[in-house]
Structures are given as C-alpha cells and as structure tokens.
Design a protein. Structure first.
Ligand SMILES: Cc1ncc(COP(=O)(O)O)c(C=O)c1O
Length: 392
C-alpha cells in the first residue's frame, strides 16, 4: 500500500523521541515533568455552568463560522486588547490554533508563486505544525534561525532575494515558543513592509499573547491597523488554551482580511469540523471575561520571579518576556536532558527536538526547554534540582 511521499521524511514527534531517550533509564528522583506545554492552572469557574445550560446544543449541527454572539465577543476582546475594530466578516473560529495554523495555510497558499514552487518561512526552532503545513502544501519550508544573537527572532529580511520572491507565507510566533521572545512593533512593521515588497502573507501565532512579564506584547493586528498595512497580508491566531487554561476545549480564532477569511471559511464549510455549540457558548463567555486571565497571568508572573531568583547570575540565562517556557543554554540539550532525568528525575525537552538541522547546524542543540506549568512549589523544586545538576 502506497503512502504520500511528502510525509515520508517526518522526524518523530518531540515526545516519542523524548520517551526513547529517557524511558530506558530510571529517574534519579521523584519525577517532575517540565516537558509538555500543557497549562495546569485552574480553568475558569464558569465553564461547568455554561456547559450545563447549553447542553442541548450538542443535539444540533453548529454554525460553521461561529455564532454571531461568539464573533461579537471575540471582536469585543480584540477591541479591548488591541484597540482595533474587527467585524465578524474578518473572523473565523477555530478548534484551537494548531489546526487553524495548518488549515488556513491550505486555504491561502497558492500552488505556485511567480510560476515557481512557493516558499513558507518559519523560525527555527518553531512550533512543528508550521512545517507540516508547508509539506502538505508541497511548498518549500525554509527554516530561519532565531538565535540569541538576533533576540530569538528570525531575520526574514536577510534571506536571499530568490527565496523572498517565492515566499507565499511567513509564520511568526510572539511571544515565541520556545524562547519567550516578543516581536516589537518595529519588528512587526518591518515584516509587514517585507511582505508588501515581496507579496506574501504573515501568519502571527499569538496564542501566548496574554502571558507576559511586564507589558502586553504588541499584536500584529494592531500594528497592521496603525501602519495601514494591507489587512489581507496579516492573519493573527489566538486561542483559549493558554489564555484561559482550556487546552481541552479546542477553541481559538483567526482574524485577518475579509477576503482571506472568506477563503478559510469556504474550505472549512466543506472540510472543517465546526466547534460544538456548547463549546462556542463557553468560548463566548471566556473571551468576554478578563478577571480569570489576569489571575492566570499573575500566577505565571510569580513563576517568572521564581525562575529569575533560581537562575540569577547564571551566564546566558534570560527570563522569558512572555509564554511559559524557559529556554536554557547547555553544552548539549540531549545530554543535559538525560543527565537531569537520571540524576534528579526532572524531565525537560532537548531544544534540538523543536528545531531542524540546516547546513549541519541545529539551532536548538545547545538548549533545553523547560515548561513552567506545574504548581508553583513543584516547579520551584524542579528548577532548583535542575540548577544544581546542570549548573552547580
Ligand atoms: C506556539 C504554539 N502555537 C500553537 C499552539 C497550539 O495551541 P492550541 O491548538 O491549543 O490553540 C501551541 C500549543 O502548544 C503552541 O505552543
């Protein structure tokens, strides 16, 4: 039986790779999981009651594009958060951002760009679905290093002209997973200029936008609005997974130009899985409430302070600007993860598993990614064991 060639060279997903690396060894202490980015703070208290009130909604097919009430709640949030007016024709609800980042690319990336194979740009390291979208499209993924030397943001403008001319789409994650770097207004504005000059779209993965250290990160939508960028160039992706600790709800949205959103809706009308109506009702409530988001952020900010205290004085340590990962420099990420597991029971992800090797270099190799999702005390214990084992 034949399978598609285009997926034949996929690396193992990061977590099976990690299990292969660690699970033939016993943990050196009580296990502390700091690998997976699954939020573990409490979900908002209203989820149960809204679900109970709207249970009958499971008995009907849900509206594909989102209920008018949900789209209005999302529009209201965008207005409060970014001071941008976005009407329902510029919004589409998603089953979380992962599938949205994939499917929106299918809807919007052409088969050819200037008669040639299109390019999809992404930072390296990166959230893995970006590469899967490029492969599914038959586009060429171009992995652009996001290193300490460039503030952990990719230098797309520095790419060869031949690549930029073929570029149809550029992904950017801010705050970034894994490094926690945040794109400034200027960074976004320059990227939009580049997109205009070379005729490509930007997909801004902003699912960590509400978890920040000192100030709310600028959003691509507000920068586009302020600079008068063509709305059809900029699509932003948001999620309730991290903002509202609802990763199991599978709820997010994309906002962008009305033309592109129309294409996304059309594809989804045929092949998408709409959000069940009760999920849409819970989502509507979640986008309308900020109190639970503030409480959640305060917990993460406390964790940032704990991490800063544990690693103070460590050469190369940079606390994240946003998101909930530490990206810690080590001589070799796999060796560090294995040593940490076998000597202390703390489980972290080698940075190389989140990046691709390009020209013999894997930009994640000298890092481990540490998720600060566990309860505060457990996280602090984990970080102290990590510091003593790897940096002691
Ligand atoms: C950078 C990034 N983008 C997107 C996602 C997808 O999140 P969701 O599909 O739950 O919205 C994640 C989840 O871990 C992520 O880290």
């Amino acid at each position: 039986m034949a399978f598609p060639e285009r997926f034949s060279n996929l690396p193992d997903y990061a977590f099976p790779r990690l299990r292969k690396l660690l699970d033939t060894h016993a943990p050196g202490g009580e296990p502390v999981a700091m690998t997976i980015g699954e939020p573990r703070h409490p979900m908002p208290e209203f989820v149960g009651s809204v679900l109970a009130e709207t249970l009958q909604g499971f008995a009907v097919y849900p509206p594909n594009d989102g209920t008018p009430e949900l789209l209005a709640a999302i529009g209201g949030w965008l207005k409060r958060r970014y001071r941008v007016e976005v009407g329902p024709e510029r919004l589409m609800v998603l089953n979380g951002t992962r599938e949205g980042l994939f499917n929106a690319a299918l809807a919007l990336v052409p088969e050819q760009k200037r008669g040639k194979r299109p390019v999809v740009l992404m930072p390296n390291p990166f959230y893995q679905v970006y590469a899967m979208a490029a492969l599914a499209l038959g586009a060429e993924p171009v992995y652009v290093p996001a290193l300490a030397s460039n503030g952990f943001l990719p230098d797309y403008a520095g790419l060869p002209r031949e690549i930029l001319e073929r570029t149809a789409l550029a992904y950017l994650c801010s705050p970034a997973n894994p490094q926690g770097s945040v794109a400034s207004r200027d960074y976004w504005a320059s990227l939009m200029d580049l997109a205009e000059a070379h005729d490509f779209r930007i997909f801004a993965d902003e699912c960590y936008s509400e978890i920040w250290r000192t100030a709310p990160p600028a959003g691509a939508l507000e920068v586009a609005d302020a600079t008068g960028a063509d709305p059809e160039r900029v699509f932003v992706f948001h999620s309730l997974s991290k903002r509202s600790n609802l990763p199991g709800l599978r709820s997010g949205f994309v906002a962008g130009g009305a033309g592109g959103i129309e294409r996304i809706r059309q594809l989804r009308a045929f092949a998408g899985a709409p959000l069940p109506l009760p999920v849409q009702r819970v989502s509507e409530r979640a986008w309308s409430d900020e109190a639970h988001v503030e409480a959640n952020r305060a917990l993460y900010q406390e964790k940032f302070r704990i991490a800063d205290a544990v690693f103070s004085g460590l050469q190369g340590y940079m606390g994240p600007e946003g998101g909930f990962f530490l990206w810690l420099p080590v001589p070799d990420g796999e060796e560090a993860a294995l040593k940490l597991w076998t000597e202390t029971g703390v489980r972290v992800l080698p940075g190389a598993y989140l990046a691709r090797e390009v020209g013999g270099e894997n930009p994640g190799k000298g890092y481990i990614r540490v998720a600060m999702v566990a309860p505060k005390d457990e996280m602090q214990r984990g970080l102290m064991r990590l510091r003593d084992c790897l940096y002691g």
